[in-house]
Write a protein that binds this ligand. Structure first.
Ligand code: ZN
Length: 242
């Protein structure tokens, strides 16, 4: 089975559709979503409906739960909070209930999925370093943990008896004896300086993980963000991937 791993779509339908097209072309037959399908972007309902239509295995992100009204906006920066307040009244009740129903962690075959960190899934901490990832590895028995949240693709591998290390290859094979902490990057709002949508392809047969970068119509999304009256910063950051 070939899996497509998505995270942090953030209401960006153009990026989501572009990524799904490429993943399907490469044989993805099952999809996983590490959370934050809404927030920041102009198409929350259509993105949720696309994800629901895929029968995705999913976990909740902080923006999902804030939009559903189940966590407070205290910890959100001002542009994020404005976008959540814009999103809340637009959500259809079935879509709101879907977001509310998502678990904080789940397992999809060999993959543990959580939006932020396995040590404290409801604290929404950012794991950005090898050291941080190595500390998180103490909170699951083995295998691969896939997260989102930081919008920074990252792979940390720890082989027994060795120090954890960063894997910089775009494509790599999962070693059965090693432990992995993988950030899938962001479909709808990349922040690693590459404006193209980011996702992961996992071929279970060969145990190969591959990061894909997919161009999409950024201008169309920017026009929708501006037409909706959302903060301009949410439009301008998309073209620089920051
Ligand atoms: Zn996010």
């Amino acid at each position: 089975m070939i899996l497509g791993v998505l995270s942090d779509v953030h209401g960006n339908l153009e990026a989501l559709e572009a990524v799904l097209g490429v993943l399907r072309d490469k044989g993805a037959a099952r999809f996983l979503c590490c959370g934050d399908t809404v927030g920041y972007g102009p198409d929350p309902n259509r993105c949720i409906e696309a994800i629901r239509g895929l029968d995705c295995v999913g976990v909740a992100g902080n923006h999902d739960l804030a939009a559903a009204g189940t966590i407070p906006l205290r910890s959100f920066n001002s542009a994020a909070a404005v976008a959540i307040l814009w999103t809340q009244p637009l959500l259809t009740e079935p879509n709101r209930l879907y977001l509310e129903s998502l678990p904080l962690t789940t397992e999809a075959g060999p993959l543990l999925m959580v939006h932020s960190s396995p040590s404290a899934p409801d604290h929404w901490e950012y794991v950005l370093t090898v050291r941080g990832a190595a500390a998180e590895m103490k909170h699951y028995p083995g295998g691969v943990c896939v997260v989102g949240h930081s919008h920074q693709p990252m792979v940390v591998e720890r082989i027994p008896g060795e120090a954890a290390r960063l894997v910089r290859d775009q494509s790599f094979v999962i070693r059965p004896e090693a432990k992995y902490f993988i950030n899938a990057g962001s479909v709808g709002q990349p922040r690693d300086g590459d404006a193209r949508a980011c996702c992961l392809l996992f071929d279970e047969g060969s145990q190969t993980m591959t990061f894909l970068r997919v161009p999409y119509d950024i201008g169309a999304v920017q026009r929708k963000i501006r037409a909706a009256g959302l903060p301009d910063y949410l439009a301008s950051r998309l073209e620089v991937g920051r």
